[in-house]
Design a protein around this ligand. Structure first.
Ligand code: DQA
Length: 149
């Protein structure tokens, strides 16, 4: 079974209580539960993680190179700051979907630039927790069309 790493960056552990008018009332554990159900329906395994530490996310991306077939990443605010995450994703070269709960393009201009997007196959944002389920659909379509070998 194909393994997908779903990586979450800083402050996403606060989901449910953090700015609920923007991010909604669901906790990260609830998002993980939805992903688990969706992944099962798609025949995928997932490893769902969160860290507030940039280096830890980088180490997980490196680990994914040997253990996973794809990455879904919500890098939180590191999306807008981290050349190191960009380099890690490029360096590993796995199919990657960038995901955000909020529509970052409707928000402050500093959220309009992403260091993750140039290293990702595609971006899904603005659908709340459903963004993650859409990203799982997306990774399946990428995996099904990417030439093996
Ligand atoms: C976010 C959007 C980012 O701009 C923000 O820093 C986050 C969450 C989202 O999921 O909407 O932490 O990635």
């Amino acid at each position: 079974m194909k393994m997908i790493y779903i990586l979450n960056g800083p402050n996403l552990n606060l989901l449910g209580t953090r700015e609920p008018e923007i991010y909604g009332a669901e906790t990260l554990a609830m998002v993980e539960e939805k992903c688990t159900i969706k992944a099962k329906a798609l025949g995928l395994s997932i490893d769902f993680r969160q860290s507030n530490v940039e280096g830890e996310l980088i180490n997980w991306i490196h680990e994914a190179r040997l253990k996973a077939q794809g990455i879904i990443i919500n890098a939180g605010a590191f999306t807008h700051t981290s050349v190191a995450l960009h380099d890690a994703l490029k360096g590993v070269g796995l199919p990657t979907i960038e995901v955000h709960l909020s529509n970052v393009y409707k928000r402050e201009s500093f959220r309009h630039h992403s260091y993750i997007s140039p290293a990702a196959h595609g971006v899904i944002c603005g659908f709340g927790p459903h963004s993650y389920e859409l990203a799982l659909d997306g990774i399946v379509s990428v995996l099904n069309t990417t030439r093996k070998g």
